[in-house]
Design a protein around this ligand. Structure first.
Ligand SMILES: *Cc1c(COP(=O)(O)O)cnc(C)c1O
Length: 393
């Protein structure tokens, strides 16, 4: 009999189990809501990216249903062959107006947008200068491009400058940062990096996945928040988080978008969104434009919850967004914290290496506009109880 060539995977999984890092998937029964049922337990949900509650917003739901009735469930092709529907073009036009750029291309996910774009615009002759905490999809795109990758310490603009000073002036350079960092909730050094990019002639790129729908006027993102219109060549946003549906997009010049239509591999080789997804995203733009008070509620809840965690004495890092980490340090301790919170009715996912540094394991909390004050106060009370029990406060 043949021995299992994948046996080493089971050995690795056993190691995770011994380290207390093995995770079962939590199963959501029903809709993605601020108070809901995971694994048969009613919990306050602090783990979703559904910042504005748009996953279940009536206008998005109705738009998706109508598009399905009128246009079917699938697009039937990749964008570059037969899968560009009028509704895809309408979404791109709406996003370009919303983002105040010449053009937008929509991808199947934020991951595909980042990886596809970085890989398309660079060659092996070029270099990427990247914040050490940038998202995995940026790192994968950089690897696929075969460009040299130079990593600077988190938000260390002086270090990025030293890297740039050592590079030949003629070499093509892409300077890239997340807008909001997904594990720490802090904001990238975007204004200073823009200045640096201009000084050294870099392409400037910002991944605004966690800022889309959260920062800037009507949720236009960090470029709008900082007043940097025209200074960021490639803006990536996601339609999967605050926008409540699924997808990613690149906003920039007409030439950039035309080039990605011809060269971005997820655009060329993977089927486009179902009409329902595009329709829901268009409805989400309407909501962002017409109901900005949802975003105000998100920020009110954010400030309330952050202040509560800080007052209890937790280490919440340097967050400036609705993402607030509660840093435990040790990986197994973070998982224990997450498990105890869950038993007491609060779902905050534990996150350990390799997603974050080995000594910075944490539970990550994300509040939404749709949490009530009672939900958040309940969560704070549970954090207080479990935090004391585990010696974190
Ligand atoms: C979530 C995330 C992505 C990926 O977006 P999806 O639409 O979920 O694929 C990309 N970049 C960052 C910084 C993210 O947090």
């Amino acid at each position: 009999m043949r021995t299992d060539p994948l046996a080493y995977l089971s050995i690795e999984l056993d190691t995770l189990k011994q380290q207390g890092l093995y995770r079962h998937l939590r199963i959501l029964e029903g809709e993605q809501k601020p108070k809901t049922t995971f694994d048969h337990r009613q919990v306050v949900n602090l783990s979703s990216n559904n910042y504005l509650g748009l996953t279940t917003h009536p206008r998005l739901r109705e738009a998706a249903l109508a598009a399905t009735r009128d246009l079917g469930v699938g697009s039937g092709s990749v964008r570059s062959i037969a899968g560009t529907m009028a509704i895809h073009m309408e979404l791109e036009r709406r996003l370009a107006v919303f983002k105040n750029t010449e053009a937008v291309v929509v991808f199947q996910s934020g991951f595909a947008a980042n990886a596809g774009t970085v890989a398309a615009v660079l060659t092996k002759e070029d270099v990427v200068i990247s914040d050490e905490l940038n998202h995995a999809s940026i790192i994968d795109g950089a690897r696929l491009s075969r460009a040299a990758i130079k990593v600077f310490p988190h938000k260390d603009v002086a270090a990025a400058r030293r890297i740039l000073q050592d590079l030949p002036a003629s070499q093509r350079k892409l300077l890239i940062t997340d807008g909001v960092f997904s594990m720490d909730g802090d904001v990238g050094a975007i204004p200073d990096l823009c200045t640096l990019a201009e000084e050294f002639g870099c392409i400037m790129m910002v991944d605004d996945a966690h800022a889309s729908g959260v920062f800037g006027k009507n949720g236009r993102g960090t470029i709008d928040h900082f007043g940097l219109h025209g200074r960021v060549d490639i803006q990536v946003g996601t339609l999967s988080k605050a926008v409540g549906a699924l997808g990613g997009y690149v906003a920039g010049s007409r030439a950039l978008i035309d080039f990605l239509y011809h060269r971005a591999r997820p655009f060329l080789f993977s089927t486009s969104h179902p009409p329902a997804t595009a329709a829901a995203c268009i409805a989400a733009i309407d909501v962002l434009e017409q109901e900005p008070q949802i975003i105000d509620r998100l920020w009110d809840n954010t400030l309330f919850f952050k202040a509560g965690l800080r007052a209890l004495g937790f280490n919440t890092g340097l967050s400036e967004s609705p993402i607030t980490p509660v840093i435990a340090g040790d990986g197994a301790l973070a998982m224990k914290l997450s498990d105890r919170l869950f038993q007491e009715g609060v779902f905050a996912q534990g996150i350990a290496f390799p997603t974050v540094a080995r000594d910075k394991a944490r539970v990550r909390t994300i509040v939404t506009a749709t949490h009530t004050r009672d939900d958040l106060q309940f969560a704070l009370d549970v954090f207080a109880k479990v935090g004391r029990e585990l010696g974190l406060i």
